[in-house]
Design a protein around this ligand. Structure first.
Ligand code: ARG
Length: 454
C-alpha cells in the first residue's frame, strides 16, 4: 500500500506483529457498511462520479456476499480489515476502488467500525441477559413459597422466601442492561467519520449525511477526539465487568448451594461434570468457569485502561490493542450468559433442605425481639433478653420454637402462648410485607414489576 515511500517490504515477523486482520476481520460487515455510506456521501458532494460510486457500492456488496458465503476468506496479506476490503475492491473494480479512501483515514474508519460492531453486539448481550432474567423469574415464581435462611457474613440471619434471593440477582441484571444501554447511547451519539487522519479535511464533505446513513445521532465535534476516543470501549467493558461480577456472585452461590454442606439446589446433569477418579462427584464446573472468567473480563478492562493512559493525541498504534480486549470480553460475557440461562432454568430447588436449614441458627430471634417490642418493650431491652434466651437454648440444645413458655416467662411476663405462632418461620417470612421485603407477596410484586419494566 505504501510502496511509494518505502524501498523494502516489511520484515515477515514485523508484518505478523503489526497485522490485526486475524481479529478485526470480524468487523467486515461494519467496515463495508461504513464505506458504502462514505462513497454515497462523496458522490453527493461531487467528489465521486455517479459511475464510480455505483462501481464501488456494487463491488462492496459483492465482497460482503462473498465473505458471507465463504467464497472470500481473510487469508491474504492485508494489514487489517480496512485495507483488506479496499485492496479486494480495487482488485475487482480497478481505479474506482482507489478513489474510495478520498478524505478518509483508517483512523476515523476504525473508530466508526468498532462503534457499529459493538452497538450491534450490545443488543445481543442484552437479549442474552434477558434469557437469564427470565430463567430467574421462572424459578422465583415457582419457589416463592419456599422458605430458606437469608445470610449475612455467611451466617444464617433471617428467614426469607428463597425466591427473594434469586430476585436480588434479577435486580442486578436489570441494572446491567441499563448500563449497557447507556454505554451504547453514548457510543452512538457521535459519528467520528470525517475526522480523517486527525485534522479533518479540506474537501467539502457532509459528515451529517454519513452519520445519518450509519444511524448515529450526531457527529463528533473535534476531529482529534474523534480518532483517539476509545471511551466507548472502556465504558462497555466496565459494564461487562460489573455484569460479570454479578454473574460470579450468583455462580458462587450456585456452587455453595449445590454442595453437600447446603444441598439447597441440584444442578442438572447437563451443566455439571464428573471426576476422573472420584465416582461420586458431580461438579459445578460451569458455575466455576463463570466465576473464573470474571477475572479475565476485569483483566481486559484494566489492560485497555493501561494501554490508553499514556497515549499522546491523536491516533497511536497502541490503540489497535482495543479490539482484542473488547472482543474477548464480549465473547466471554456471551458464552457465560448462554450457559447460565439454561443452567438456571433446569436447576431444582430443594425446599425441604432450605426449610431444614432455616430451622437451625435462631434465625427467628429478631422476630422474637419484635414480638416483645410490639407488646411495648423498647427494642434494645428486647434485643438483650432474646440474646440471653438464645444462649440458654444453646445450653439446653433446643431452639426458640420449643423452649417451654415457663422458661420464657422467667425473662419477661410479656411472653404468652401466642409467641410460638409469632416466631414460626411461616409467620416470619409471610409477614415481611414491607416494600422490597422477603415475603412471597413481595416476591410476586417484584416479579410483576420486572416483567412490566421489560
Ligand atoms: N488496524 C488499525 C487499528 O486497529 C487501524 C488503524 C490504523 N491506522 C494507522 N494509521 N496505522 O487501530
Amino acid at each position: 500500500m505504501w510502496a511509494g515511500r518505502f524501498q523494502k517490504a516489511l520484515d515477515k515477523k514485523a508484518d505478523d506483529f503489526n497485522s490485526s486482520l486475524r481479529f478485526d476481520c470480524r468487523m467486515y460487515a461494519q467496515d463495508i457498511r461504513g464505506s458504502i455510506a462514505h462513497a454515497t456521501m462523496l458522490e453527493s458532494v461531487g467528489i465521486l462520479s455517479k459511475e464510480d460510486k455505483d462501481l464501488i457500492i456494487n463491488g462492496l456488496k459483492g465482497i460482503l456476499s462473498d465473505i458471507e458465503q465463504g467464497v472470500l476468506t481473510f487469508d491474504n496479506e492485508a494489514e487489517d480489515i480496512h485495507m483488506f476490503v479496499e485492496a479486494e475492491l480495487t482488485k475487482r473494480i480497478g481505479d474506482a476502488g482507489k478513489r474510495l479512501h478520498t478524505s478518509r483515514s483508517r483512523n476515523d474508519q476504525v473508530a466508526v467500525d468498532i462503534r457499529l460492531y459493538l452497538r450491534d453486539e450490545a443488543e445481543n448481550v442484552i437479549a442474552l441477559i434477558k434469557d437469564v432474567l427470565s430463567a430467574l423469574l421462572d424459578q422465583a415464581e415457582e419457589n416463592a413459597d419456599v422458605i430458606a435462611p437469608g445470610y449475612t457474613h455467611l451466617q444464617r440471619a433471617q428467614p426469607i422466601s428463597f425466591a427473594h434471593q434469586l430476585l436480588a440477582y434479577a435486580m442486578m441484571l436489570r441494572r446491567d442492561m441499563g448500563r449497557i444501554r447507556d454505554a451504547v447511547a453514548r457510543m452512538n451519539a457521535e459519528c467520528p467519520l470525517g475526522s480523517c487522519a486527525l485534522a479533518g479535511t479540506t474537501y467539502p464533505i457532509n459528515r451529517d449525511m454519513t452519520a445519518e446513513l450509519l444511524d448515529f445521532d450526531g457527529v463528533s465535534l473535534n476531529s482529534i477526539d474523534g480518532v483517539s476516543d476509545r471511551d466507548f470501549c472502556v465504558e462497555l467493558m466496565s459494564a461487562f465487568s460489573i455484569l460479570m461480577m454479578h454473574l460470579s456472585r450468583l455462580s458462587e452461590e450456585l456452587i455453595l448451594w449445590s454442595s453437600w454442606e447446603f444441598k439447597f439446589i441440584d444442578l442438572d446433569d447437563s451443566y455439571t461434570t464428573g471426576s476422573s477418579i472420584m465416582p461420586q462427584k458431580k461438579n459445578p464446573d460451569m458455575a466455576e468457569l463463570i466465576r473464573g472468567k470474571t477475572g479475565r473480563v476485569y483483566g481486559n478492562l484494566m489492560g485497555l485502561l493501561t494501554t490508553l493512559k499514556g497515549l499522546p493525541l491523536a491516533y497511536n498504534k497502541d490503540m489497535q490493542e482495543d479490539k482484542e480486549a473488547v472482543f474477548d470480553s464480549l465473547d466471554t460475557v456471551k458464552m457465560c450468559l448462554e450457559v447460565l440461562a439454561p443452567m438456571l432454568a433446569t436447576m431444582k430447588v430443594n425446599g425441604k433442605n432450605t426449610y431444614r436449614a432455616a430451622q437451625k441458627g435462631f434465625i427467628n430471634a429478631t422476630d422474637l425481639a419484635d414480638y416483645l417490642v410490639k407488646k411495648g418493650m423498647p427494642f434494645r431491652a428486647a434485643y438483650k433478653i432474646v440474646g440471653t434466651i438464645v444462649a440458654e437454648c444453646i445450653d439446653k440444645d433446643c431452639v426458640l420454637d420449643n423452649l417451654p413458655l415457663t422458661d420464657y416467662q422467667k425473662h419477661s411476663d410479656l411472653f404468652t402462648e401466642d409467641l410460638y405462632a409469632e416466631i414460626s418461620l411461616e409467620t416470619c417470612v409471610n409477614k415481611r410485607l414491607s416494600k422490597g421485603g422477603a415475603s412471597p407477596q413481595s416476591v410476586r410484586d417484584q416479579i410483576q414489576a420486572i416483567k412490566e419494566s421489560l
